[in-house]
Design a protein. Structure first.
Length: 86
């Protein structure tokens, strides 16, 4: 774990980058492949080989911003340490 353990979060919405205004809507099964590719790059940089199945689901969570700690070199990511969850 990172700094003794905790939970990692993405700051981006699962549909970020999709043209929902132009399309009107989008089915998750249609946008998930492109989301997965972008998110894997956000998580692992260029080291995504063999990690294609490291992202199989998305949970949308609402958390207070003051609980989120930044992660160096990963502007799209945040971390909540186990200590903050007590």
């Amino acid at each position: 774990g990172y700094r003794g353990g905790g939970v990692y979060f993405s700051r981006g919405a699962p549909t970020a980058g999709e043209d929902l205004k132009g399309k009107g809507s989008a089915l998750w099964r249609d946008v998930f492949p492109s989301f997965r590719e972008v998110q894997l790059r956000n998580n692992y940089g260029s080291d995504t080989t063999g990690r294609e199945k490291s992202l199989d689901a998305v949970l949308v969570c609402i958390v207070p911003r003051n609980m989120l700690d930044p992660i160096p070199d990963r502007p799209e990511a945040a971390f909540i340490s186990v200590e903050r969850l007590d």
